[in-house]
Design a protein around this ligand. Structure first.
Ligand SMILES: Nc1ncnc2c1ncn2[C@@H]1O[C@H](COP(=O)(O)OP(=O)(O)OP(=O)(O)O)[C@@H](O)[C@H]1O
Length: 310
């Protein structure tokens, strides 16, 4: 009998000790029974009683075809929904490292702004086009610090902005560039740098690389994986590209028509999908019938052994 099979007080042997998954032990974000409707001429329930937990430092992939509600869920979590969207039920809670639990629905004004940059930040598909065209990168990154870290001097802001750029693989001399002087990939890296500026514990990435060519997309994903390992933030990564999610995620939730139909460690979802829709989704990517690529992160075999928890 192994140490993990110590007898209980009544003399019965227990099964092997199973390590509970990280998101259960140490959650950073919990979405509880969240529902969102768009109330226009007709009412569309875009998010329908969704519950999900994100573990601290975990990458949770959210997969599903166009229109299934992924973006609505992401915007709902970050309190960025605008009319005609209405949150009709549920809650989103943020768990700080210090053990505080914040119900995001009660945040407003400065508290909400602070929460969005400092605790949860977001990178979306078109983000690179939201840079101000007439302002240098230095000043756009610097603005984040000027607003949220008013005690920083100008010199400190420039230094820190340069560090951020280097962190995402952009030379710091690009601080002096205007957005139009950078490639799309570089602009998106700048947006990722901006989202990381205040060391948030959660980053929501909604199709962050979809508009970019495959090579640039791979480079950026490798960067995100490396930074996640280095800095320990958690990621909700949203895309319809399931092969990509399998490579980058610890766990994957599959969404269909506003609901989560399946949720499992990435490798389990790939090797033993349960729901018919997940099976259909997997079979719709011919590349998945070949070997499971692991260019973004290594150790896929370890992942399979550990049930996806790392
Ligand atoms: N402003 C809006 N008004 C009315 N309905 C909307 C609005 N925005 C989204 N919807 C509807 O809500 C549903 C979910 O849309 P959502 O954009 O969240 O899906 P998605 O999975 O992110 O799709 P995509 O991958 O194409 O962005 C869809 O049926 C969509 O038509």
């Amino acid at each position: 009998m192994s140490a993990a099979q110590a007898p209980t007080a009544d003399g019965q042997a227990q099964g092997p000790a199973v390590r509970p998954p990280r998101h259960e032990v140490d959650p950073v974000l919990t979405i509880e029974d969240l529902s969102v409707e768009y109330r226009a001429e007709t009412t569309v329930r875009a998010v329908d009683h969704v519950s999900l937990t994100l573990g601290r430092g975990e990458v949770l992939g959210l997969a599903g075809e166009s229109g299934c509600g992924k973006s609505t869920l992401a915007y709902g979590v970050n309190r960025l929904l605008k009319p005609p969207a209405v949150v009709t039920g549920g809650a989103v809670r943020f768990h700080s490292r210090e053990g505080h639990v914040v119900d995001t629905s009660v945040l407003d004004g400065d508290d909400l702004r602070l929460f969005r940059w400092e605790k949860i930040s977001m990178v979306f598909q078109g983000a690179m086009n939201s840079l101000n065209p007439v302002k240098k990168i230095r000043d756009q990154l610097g603005d984040v610090f000027a607003t949220h870290r008013p005690s920083m001097t100008r010199r400190e802001r420039v230094l820190r902005s340069g560090d951020l750029l280097e962190r995402v693989g952009v030379d710091r001399n690009r601080l002096l560039a205007y957005p139009h002087e950078l490639s799309g990939g570089m602009r998106q890296r700048v947006m990722i740098a901006m989202a990381m500026a205040l060391d948030p514990q959660v980053m929501i990435m909604d199709e962050p690389t979809t508009a970019l060519d495959v090579v640039v997309q791979r480079e950026i994903l490798q960067e995100i994986s490396r930074l996640r390992a280095e800095l320990g933030f958690a990621v909700v990564f949203i895309t319809h590209d399931l092969p990509l999610l399998l490579e980058i995620s610890d766990r994957i939730a599959v969404m269909r028509a506003g609901r989560i139909v399946e949720e499992a460690p990435a490798m389990t979802l790939y090797t033993r999908p349960q729901h018919d829709y997940t099976k259909t989704l997997l079979s719709s990517f011919p590349s998945l019938t070949g070997a499971h690529g692991d260019f973004v992160r290594s150790g896929s075999a370890d992942l399979a052994d550990s049930g996806g928890e790392r």
